[in-house]
Write a protein that binds this ligand. Structure first.
Ligand SMILES: NC(=O)c1ccc[n+]([C@@H]2O[C@H](COP(=O)([O-])OP(=O)(O)OC[C@H]3O[C@@H](n4cnc5c(N)ncnc54)[C@H](OP(=O)(O)O)[C@@H]3O)[C@@H](O)[C@H]2O)c1
Length: 286
């Protein structure tokens, strides 16, 4: 039986680990320190707990490693990857944004587009919805999908994986930028000028995608604005929570990735350029 590890027992990692564990797969949760992580669900009394092992202490070599630390935390796990992998280990990077795999060498790695919604506070993860990872379709990912078919972690293999990556990037770029910069939740979408800014960020993202050969239909801005309209006013975004918690934001992999591509193609993206520079400025320290 394949041996699974999850590096980063946070909102996404804990739900992946739980799905595998509940279907009888052998899975280890690897965190910074030994301890436990609890998963709770809104409206349900029951909380489940899983043991977490310290990544520095673990001696197991894994067949599949789900890497679920944030993009900004990847450097911290790099020293351990050699001892945790063999030559055929498959790593699934489960993060928002794109471009991480160009900056870090992770063996046999595929990045998933993640549709798992949750939030970690202390050692408790609240799982809101979804358990879906979208991966490029190839022999390695087909095998993974087959191996974990009995679990409720849904692996979707996309023949149009780049489209999925760009769709998520564009969904993330507007709402994450405005909530992180304003340090305010989805409530701000009630303000017309914020809606306009989001629409312009989406349109700029669509233009960058087109320059990269990914084409979206004309009504994508309306579609994404409708998704935002369904967000409860008190809901934050990952970059909003990072900003208010004083953690480093994943700017480099969302706005930064789009900015680099915009410059590469010589595009005019004034809204993106502005939010990107302000996000960078907001994290500068003297
Ligand atoms: N949460 C969501 O709803 C959601 C949805 C879609 C995509 N994503 C993306 O998924 C990725 C993970 O996000 P998340 O929300 O799951 O983050 P998270 O809840 O903060 O989880 C990250 C986990 O990694 C651990 N970690 C950090 N550095 C580590 C190290 N060196 N060794 C071992 N463990 C380490 C953290 O531990 P500490 O707590 O000790 O720092 C934390 O438990 C991000 O790219 C995010 O944008 C998240």
């Amino acid at each position: 039986m394949a041996i699974f590890g999850v590096i980063g027992p946070g909102a996404v990692g804990s739900v992946i680990g739980e799905s595998l564990h509940n279907s009888g797969y052998q899975v280890t949760f690897l965190g910074r320190r030994a301890g436990k992580v609890c998963i709770e669900r809104a409206g349900m009394q029951e909380t489940v707990a899983f043991p977490v092992e310290a990544i520095s202490e673990v001696k197991t070599v894994f067949d599949y490693l789900f890497i679920t630390v944030k993009g900004t935390q990847l450097e911290g796990i790099m020293p351990y990857l050699d001892k945790l992998t063999h030559e055929n280990t498959v790593c699934i990077l489960c993060q928002n944004g794109y471009g991480q795999l160009e900056k870090f060498h992770i063996p046999n790695a595929y990045q998933a587009v993640v549709y798992i919604s949750g939030q970690k506070k202390e050692n408790v993860v609240t799982h809101f919805r979804d358990r879906i990872l979208i991966l490029p379709e190839n022999t390695v990912t087909k095998k993974l999908k087959e191996i974990i078919a009995a679990s409720n972690l849904e692996i979707r293999l996309s023949p149009d994986y780049r489209f999925e990556v760009w769709y998520k990037l564009i969904v993330n770029v507007a709402i994450n930028s405005v909530t992180a910069l304003s340090r305010n939740t989805a409530l701000i979408l009630q303000e017309k000028t914020v809606q306009n800014l989001c629409e312009r960020l989406i349109q700029e993202g669509v233009g960058i995608a087109a320059a990269e050969g990914i084409y979206f239909q004309g009504n994508i801005a309306d579609e994404i604005m409708n998704i935002y309209a369904g967000y409860p006013p008190h809901m934050g975004t990952s970059m909003y929570y990072d900003r208010v918690d004083g953690k480093t934001m994943e700017t480099a992999y969302i706005q930064g990735y789009l900015y680099e591509k915009s410059k590469k193609h010589g595009l005019d993206t004034p809204c993106l350029d502005t939010v990107y520079s302000l996000l960078l400025a907001s994290e500068m320290k003297g």
